[in-house]
Design a protein around this ligand. Structure first.
Ligand code: ADP
Length: 679
């Protein structure tokens, strides 16, 4: 008892002198004293809640043993310590009888005053300890009952031996059901062994243990619980019991899984451009996270077209296959898919039963198909991009995984958002590819057609030059030479357009032969020399004397050299154009460098000029001719041959294009088609 509180003792004795002596003694020791003379008087006064009762045995009405038994039997007075005192009931026998009746101590008269006070104090101290324990237990119980956590204790044998109110509230199990190992019934069958093992295996380190298990909630739904248990130990270190708390992490887990699912969906869909694979991936995603059956419908020329029907289990069972032909019309007021198309809003039917099926399907055949699907819950989510509904993603689930609710709907809508974007991209990509193919086709046809009249022009120019039709005046010959030079230039342009369209269509083939790169490069350079000379440029060719033999396509190497040297001369007004060829240090590549002292190329243009039809100067008044195809073709050819082109340049000082070509040896390889289109 706290020291500042007055402590009350009820003194029960029918013998006035004895009662007086005891009361006096207790008062002197600082206690407040109430008195009673009979057993019934004592029982009544005990309800005033004294802190202790000194009880004589020899009472006129009910004897002290019986009074004590009744006091201890009544919850209201059971906690009050009872000190029994007797002058007449001496001996061990009576002492035992008194203590067994519930007395907390037993003294025989005559009692030494100091012994009486010391005994009263000892009893009060132990009551104080008991009260403190009870208070703490009460606090713990209140905590357990008021928390959202599931609190439990099990023995090291995995058995429940106590009341578990929060477990009861969570699972709906009554004590008789969860007692012993009955609690395992509420644990998911797949998690039972793990749950039992966690609390029956000894914990030598005494560390808390944590497991995640599924527990059936009172409403039948399995919830994920993160359960943490701490072993309580005996003095010898062995586990006495486990005390722990389970925390329902289902929502947290769901949110986490949804995020991961959407993240994965975003990445998967971003990586696909082709319509067919995009649709397949959408279906796979829906089946992996949301549905047992998935359909994708697209709107084509005002009608619904079903492009995907996929089930999770079999590739496509009978009912699902029949669904392919069961297409609703856009104006069908009952169809979920048609409604999603018309309204652009997601449609959810949480519980699909026969009444719902009869509402959706107008004829018996359709109803039977829907019944065959065994769907218990369904959704139809519009696929919307750029403000238009272009498709609908249909999903349904069979028994056992719960009905679709707001969370599933939200997740499905997020998936549909990403899916719609991917479908839209695939559509745009298809259109762009078709346009690009049409353009390549046009270029190929056009340049092919241009070649015929060009060849005629050049052929007749040759005839004139050979003076077959009569002698030429000097002035006429010089004009004829200009016609020939311009024709050749035009033919070159036509050829590069043809090569470009062949490359873009993936039709350019590599024809490998044994080639001496030194000889080939030297001869090709000679073709450009007159152009350099005409502009008074120094033309410098540095190619090794000995040969550099490799397996390559000579025509393509020649075209690369002509393009780069032609550009170097074209974009240089004075100074030097040079070509250098050498093997690299370990002779795995040949490196060819074409340098000039020309106008140079600004940094921001250095990548762009390799794009088709791309030129630094694109104003109508540009000084230099050309199509903007040369570098694009050059780089593609170099890559086809297994090499590449890089550029260094300084504006106003010149440029260096460096081409790497691998040095192959061995037998000529078979003809191979170009690796890819899209120059
Ligand atoms: P074209 O020469 O027919 O315009 P190219 O693809 O060969 O097409 O070159 C693209 C553009 O790159 C040129 O128009 C020019 O602006 C720039 N370019 C190419 N080579 C050089 C060079 N040696 N010096 C400066 N600019 C160059």
């Amino acid at each position: 008892m706290p020291n500042d509180r007055i402590v009350t003792v009820l003194n029960v004795d029918d013998y006035a002198a004895g009662r007086y002596a005891t009361t006096r003694l207790l008062r002197q020791a600082g206690f407040e004293v109430l008195e009673a003379q009979t057993g019934s008087d004592a029982l009544r006064r005990a309800t005033e809640n004294p802190d202790l009762i000194v009880l004589d045995i020899n009472l006129p009405d009910i004897d002290g043993f019986e009074v004590c038994r009744r006091l201890k039997a009544d919850p209201q007075t059971a906690d009050i310590p009872v000190l029994q005192m007797s002058a007449s009931y001496l001996g061990t026998e009576n002492r035992v009888r008194g203590l067994e009746g519930g007395a907390d101590a037993y003294l025989t008269q005559p009692v030494q005053p100091r012994e009486l006070v010391a005994t009263v104090n000892a009893l009060l101290r132990s009551r104080q300890v008991r009260d403190a324990v009870r208070e703490s237990e009460e606090r713990f119980r209140t905590l357990v009952e008021s928390t959202a956590q599931v609190i439990w204790t099990v023995s090291p044998e995995g058995e429940v031996e106590r009341d578990l109110p929060s477990w009861s509230a969570f699972t709906g199990q009554a004590r008789a059901e969860y007692e012993g190992r009955g609690w395992l019934d509420a644990v998911h069958p797949e998690d039972r062994d793990r749950a039992l093992a966690a609390w029956t295996q000894s914990a030598p380190d005494g560390q808390p243990r944590e497991i995640e298990i599924r527990v059936r909630r009172h409403d039948g739904e399995f919830r994920h619980l993160l359960v943490r248990g701490v072993p309580m130990r005996e003095r010898d270190g062995s586990a006495r019991e486990w005390i722990g708390a389970g925390h329902d992490i289902t929502e947290h887990k769901r949110a986490d899984e949804a995020l991961r699912f959407l993240d994965e969906a975003g990445r998967t869909l971003a990586a696909s451009l082709e319509m067919k694979t995009t649709l397949e991936k959408i279906a796979e995603l829906a089946l992996s996270g949301l549905a047992d059956l998935c359909t994708i419908d697209l709107l084509e020329d005002g009608a619904i077209r079903r492009v995907v029907v996929r089930t999770r289990h079999a590739r496509e069972d009978g009912a699902a296959a029949a669904l392919r032909d069961m297409l609703p019309t856009l104006d069908d007021p009952n169809s979920l898919v048609a409604t999603a198309f018309r309204t652009g809003k997601a449609q959810l039917v949480s519980v699909v039963d026969d009444e719902v099926i009869r509402g959706i399907a107008h004829d018996e055949e359709y109803r039977n198909v829907l019944r065959g699907l065994k769907a218990k819950t369904a959704m139809a989510i519009p696929l919307r991009a750029r403000g238009e509904t272009m498709g609908v993603l249909g999903m349904s689930r069979q028994d056992g995984q719960g009905h679709y609710g707001p969370d599933d709907l939200a997740l499905a809508e997020e998936l549909a958002r990403r899916a719609a974007l991917a479908v839209d991209n695939a559509r745009l990509y298809e259109e762009a590819r078709e346009a690009s193919q049409a353009k390549s086709q046009f270029l190929a046809t056009m340049s092919h057609e241009l070649r015929t009249p060009m060849n005629a022009i050049m052929g007749y120019a040759d005839l004139l030059d050979a003076e077959v039709a009569g002698p030429l005046l000097p002035e006429q010959r010089s004009q004829l030479q200009r016609i020939t030079a311009s024709s050749q230039h035009l033919l070159q342009l036509i050829d590069s357009i043809l090569t470009f369209s062949r490359l873009e269509a993936g039709r350019e083939v590599v024809q490998r032969d044994t080639v001496d790169l030194c000889a080939l490069v030297r001869e090709t350079a000679m073709l450009v020399e007159p152009m350099a000379a005409a502009k008074d440029l120094t033309f410098h060719v540095d190619v090794p004397e000995n040969s550099l033999v490799t397996l390559t396509d000579a025509g393509k190497v020649r075209q690369i050299v002509l393009n780069l040297l032609g550009n170097a001369v074209k974009f240089t007004d004075s100074g030097v154009v040079s070509l250098r060829l050498a093997p690299d240090a370990d002779r795995t590549n040949a490196v060819m460098e074409v340098s000039d002292t020309g106008i140079g190329i600004p940094l921001e243009q250095r990548e762009r000029i390799f794009d088709p039809f791309s030129q630094v100067e694109q104003t109508p008044s540009r000084r230099f001719g050309g199509t903007g195809l040369g570098l694009s073709v050059t780089r593609h050819l170099a890559r086809l041959l297994g090499g590449d082109v890089v550029l260094r340049s300084e504006v106003g000082r010149g440029s260096t294009f460096s081409v790497r070509l691998p040095l192959h040896s061995g037998v000529p390889a078979a003809t191979e088609p170009a690796a890819s289109a899209g120059v």
